[in-house]
Design a binder for this molecule. Structure first.
Ligand code: HEM
Length: 487
């Protein structure tokens, strides 16, 4: 039996009031997150530019070692670690932290707490990065990959991370919802694991072979407990959010999370296949790497089934375009990584450019692309200003996508051929080096496209911060809360 018109009108009014009240709550939460989020995101973008420039110069230096002269500070050996640290502890960590602050408010439906700690954290983090980069450029590197920053810089970054985590845990404790969404599982786990990992690794407790084992326990676990959770938290939030459907399966989410927690942290020693460590330790790590098929498949199926039938939306949503590209790359880089850990593939790929191709598939095509998508979603909501030039977003996407494709394919092919040549005793070593030259140029071309894309992104980002450029269509969340509340 249909309800009388007056009753229908009343329930429509109640639903509209509820929507308005939800919208006002969201605006309030976004406002509380706005300043720290912008600070983290803006610093991240600055480090993206610095890191890309360093990577590009290092890349050309492999083909033309005398380019720009041979002064110590601009040799490949110093530029490479500065690039690595700038893009990972700078860009991904800072932009990822900005995304976490914003997500924390939204997913806990509460204002951000202890924001002073967040400002202090962002400032210390930048100081640590500048100090560490300067010391490495001057020749005071720690000498271990992913741990090149000397102790004073690492200590400042560790402190910054702990302050950041304290504010996030305090906000979580004040949450206004019972339900803890999948993205939050990954965020809370990484906020617990990463400070422990970083402090233990920098404490200098190990020497000799044990130090090598610790180095790769740290190196791979930094990816496990910090960089990957950032990418997965973003993908789990933005894919369903933009599409407007709930995540396909919480059970798959649970399976993915716990198998990820169980297997991933054993992976590190696959970097030392053939090294002077007990065979069983390396074998355990290879088995754990293969077991990674379980969490990766769980995540891939979950995201695929959530997006099924709605993928055409990537034509209209820049966030979805970047995040879906990132989520697909997560599956690709993880499958590749599991196979790359086996002894038979290592026999060819180890100590070649192939590994660098894999690293960029993970850190760029997956994590960085998800972060770009996140920034495109978050910034208009906190700056209350839409991206002024949609075509610049398209240009950025295609430069990044084409750049990383060229980068990855060049190094994967070149690295494999290099490995095969190095395994052939009749080929002189210098020939195995010369053989890689065209592929290294390929990498420089891909890297140039990516770097131009980053400049376009940074310019557009600046316009939004300054609320410059043409004003575009303004949905409810662009307006001030009072305007929305007005009848
Ligand atoms: C957000 C962007 C980027 C991220 C997250 C990133 C990440 C990384 C990582 C993780 C490594 C270490 C690889 C390994 O040890 O296997 C690395 C090395 C490197 N990257 Fe990047 N990268 C980015 C952008 C670029 C760009 C634009 C270029 C320009 C060509 C570039 C050039 C290099 C070079 C030359 C190395 C050293 C490789 C070697 O030792 O042979 N990267 N990068």
């Amino acid at each position: 039996m249909s309800r009388p018109p007056a009753e229908r009108q009343v329930s429509r009014t109640i639903a509209a009031d509820q929507r308005l009240s939800d919208e006002l709550t969201r605006i309030g939460i976004d406002d509380s997150a706005a300043s720290p989020t912008v600070l983290f995101l803006a610093s991240g973008v600055a480090w993206l530019l610095i890191g890309s420039l360093m990577g590009l110069i290092a890349s050309v230096k492999l083909d033309l070692p005398d380019w720009l002269g041979g002064a110590g500070p601009i040799t490949f050996g110093r530029l490479r670690p500065v690039h690595l640290n700038a893009v990972t502890y700078g860009w991904i960590s800072l932009a990822g932290s900005g995304m976490i602050v914003w997500l924390m408010g939204r997913l806990c439906r509460t204002h951000i707490r202890w924001t002073a700690l967040l400002f202090l954290s962002a400032i210390l983090w930048n100081i640590g990065l500048f100090l560490g980069s300067a010391l490495v450029i001057l020749g005071y590197s720690g000498g271990m990959e992913w741990l090149e920053f000397p102790l004073p810089a690492a200590a400042v970054i560790a402190l910054a991370f702990i302050l950041f985590a304290l504010s996030m845990f305090r906000t979580f404790a004040a949450r206004q919802v019972e339900h803890v969404y999948v993205s939050l599982w990954y965020i809370l786990a990484s906020l617990t694991w990463f400070p422990l990992l970083y402090v233990i690794a920098n404490a200098g407790l190990y020497q000799g072979v044990g130090e090598a084992a610790m180095n790769w326990w740290y190196g791979h676990n930094a990816i496990t407990v910090w960089f990957t959770p950032i990418g997965l938290a973003g993908a789990y939030y933005f894919i369903p959010k933009v599409i407007g459907r709930p995540i396909y399966s919480y059970y798959l989410g649970l399976l993915g999370f716990w198998s990820f927690a169980l297997f991933y942290n054993w992976n590190g020693l696959h970097h030392l296949v053939g090294g002077p460590l007990p065979t069983w330790a390396i074998s355990v790590s290879i088995v754990a790497s293969l077991m990674m098929f379980v969490p990766v498949l769980a995540v891939a199926v979950n995201h695929h089934m959530t997006a099924l039938g709605h993928l055409s939306m990537i034509r209209y949503s820049p966030t979805l375009r970047f995040v879906v590209f990132g989520a697909m790359s997560y599956t690709a880089t993880s499958f590749q990584g599991s196979l790359e850990a086996t002894r038979s593939v290592q026999e060819v790929a180890h100590f070649t450019h192939y590994t660098v191709g894999h690293a960029h598939l993970g850190m760029y095509a997956f994590v960085t692309m998800v972060l770009f998508g996140a920034v495109y979603y978050i910034m208009p909501r906190i700056a209350k200003w839409e991206w002024p030039y949609p075509n610049l977003i398209k240009v950025h996407f295609w430069l990044s996508a084409a750049g990383i494709a060229i980068y990855f394919l060049s190094l994967t092919l070149g690295g494999w051929l290099q490995g095969l040549a190095m395994n052939t005793p009749s080929i002189p070593f210098i020939d195995t080096v010369n053989l890689t030259k065209p592929y290294l140029w390929g990498r420089a071309v891909g890297g140039t496209l990516m770097t131009i894309g980053h400049c376009v992104f940074a310019y557009h980002f600046l316009l939004v911060i300054h609320r410059a450029g043409p004003k575009r269509f303004a949905p409810v969340w662009f307006r001030k809360a009072e305007e929305v509340a007005a009848p």
